[in-house]
Write a protein that binds this ligand. Sequence first.
Ligand code: PBG
Length: 328
Amino acid sequence: MKPPLIRPRRLRATPAFRRLASETRLHPAELILPMFVREGTDQPVPIASMPGVVQHTLDSARRAVADAAEAGIGGVMLFGVPAQRDAIGSGATDENGILNVATRALVEEVGDALVVQTDLCLDEFTDHGHCGVLAADGHVDNDATLERYRDMALAQAAAGSQLLGLSGMMDGQTAAVREVLDDNGFQDTAVLAYSAKYASAYYGPFREAVDSALTGDRRAYQLNPGNRREGLREALLDIDEGADIVMVKPAGSYLDVLSDVAAASDIPVWAYQVSGEYAMIEAAAANGWIDRRRTIEESVLGIRRAGADAVLTYWAVELADWLGGAQR
Ligand code: PBG
């Protein structure tokens, strides 16, 4: 047998070669931290299914966002946990609602050090837990929900949110929100479309994180997990409707969709490593079954390699610290 002529191992032989030959690397600037802010609590409340993640008070959220800026991450995505809910999610459009109050506080805290972003969806604010308002027969009324999203967009933009994260999966939501922003002097407020958001079991721990009241599921509006082509279609529709950034969510089980969207998109493509992806790695690591740090790094690297320009991850600040923080 002749010895091999081609030896790819040469570039793997030393740490210096491996570093030089690395195709993908992580950087703090492309990490975004999702944060929960709870109304009417004076102590942060731990989320049992997401060890290390809490529902913040306004004060603890201020400290956390300052730490996030210090770590050099790109942004935070805010979710509100209101004290009261109703059928139309009134708290979402109230300027004194928790999400809008938290947005003003955190923008004041960090200024332009990172991008303060807000979840634009009704599920945290409705007593039935759906992402929109319900018609008389109980189904989520797409066009009536768009009217609520338009009001929510104005409330969030007025509170200082710099990027609105449209996560409700209503048809036409990107165009509806873009139009109302432009008509009201918010031309510079950017829109992140959660274009390919799948009806996923991986959101399980999030429902605890926001104390969601949902019974039933979201399959009548979120994407069918079997559909790859449809994920791309949703992203292309949102690009046409004026999105500034499109997203694929969850990340780890949808890397094919992410890769397709990244290949077709001429705007940035992000991915959301969701609560269940976080919980699984934390649980396995707590049992000593996997190396926690290496698994976290590999999971986020895989999402970047598949084509995400930035990643929402509950490990954003810890990962940024491992990467050397803002100095890198
Ligand atoms: C909807 C929303 C959800 C998540 C982010 N935005 C929940 C859902 O659609 O059921 C899930 C995020 C996560 O699981 O980490 N407002």
